[in-house]
Design a protein around this ligand. Structure first.
Ligand code: FES
Length: 80
């Protein structure tokens, strides 16, 4: 699964770095390093929303505070 976090300037200001770090921790905690490819991308054109995150080709918007619940709900569930 490809997990992409927008690191464009608008998302950066909203905390995309924190989300990347949280995802890295969660990937390690769950031992799914071989199942997830975590990368960054430039602006996805959704700057008006929270930080843009892509799972494969689907775009979501989330705040750093929701990174963990998003990960559990959207990512772990898809790996099962
Ligand atoms: S900077 Fe992230 S969507 Fe524009």
């Amino acid at each position: 699964m490809k997990l992409t976090v927008c690191i464009g300037s608008s998302c950066h200001l909203k905390g995309s770095r924190q989300i990347v770090e949280e995802f890295q921790t969660l990937i390690e905690e769950n031992h799914i390093e071989d199942k997830i490819e975590l990368t960054g991308t430039f602006c996805l054109g959704e700057c008006q929303d929270d930080v843009s995150v892509k799972i494969d080709d689907e775009i979501f918007n989330l705040a750093p505070a929701n990174a963990r619940s998003f990960f559990e709900k959207e990512i772990l569930s898809r790996l099962k």
